[in-house]
Design a protein around this ligand. Sequence first.
Ligand SMILES: C[S@@+](CC[C@H](N)C(=O)[O-])C[C@H]1O[C@@H](n2cnc3c(N)ncnc32)[C@H](O)[C@@H]1O
Length: 215
Amino acid sequence: MVTNSDSEGRVSRVERGDTGVDWDAEAVTFDDEPDHGLRDPEVRRAWAERLEDWLPVRASDVLDLGCGTGSLALLAAERGHRVTGVDLSPAMVDRARAKLAGRAAVFLVGDAAAPPVGEERFDVVLVRHVLWALPDPARALRRWCGLLRPGGRLVLVEGVWGTVDPASIPVERLTGLLAPLVEDVRVERLSDDARLWGREVADERYAVVARPASR
Ligand SMILES: C[S@@+](CC[C@H](N)C(=O)[O-])C[C@H]1O[C@@H](n2cnc3c(N)ncnc32)[C@H](O)[C@@H]1O
């Protein structure tokens, strides 16, 4: 396993399963960020266009892990996809359920690293800004590949936010973790598209679309 241990071998809080973030508390104002709530029509359109490109054209089963308040899940449902969302935070799940009321979507409280979906399999595993918060990203990626139907894909949106947080995932680390698991990887740099964030950003933000090696 790749670790974020420091020079003295101390393992980071994230790898102990503690990001220090109270996600239930965060849920109250989570959608205030432009790229979270997607309330600005231009930001919303920017994410809708990306998702249209990343998701299959035909109506598909999408598993949105660490779904938060369900903003991406809603965009996927609006394109005709059936969504299952999973989040550890009941307050996030409550908001996602309200946001997608009446849509082909179900939301479960559970761990993204071991989603409570039984034997169900999906065409897409969609994960935005969550992998960095998991204690063992390599194990989660293996698990997620196993949740895909043949021909399915991972859509991962991650980044390195700021300079002090060692928990972020640089693209080289993520593609390195994926290398033994997938045969087709596409990386899209997202930092230079200010429409996605509602402002200019200087840090590293990217998406990876990957298909597991045939089983
Ligand atoms: C930065 S937010 C991203 C939310 C959403 N994916 C989005 O892009 O709007 C991180 C989310 O991951 C959830 N989360 C953190 N650790 C988790 C875990 N182990 N299992 C499931 N969800 C988790 C948090 O509750 C929060 O909703």
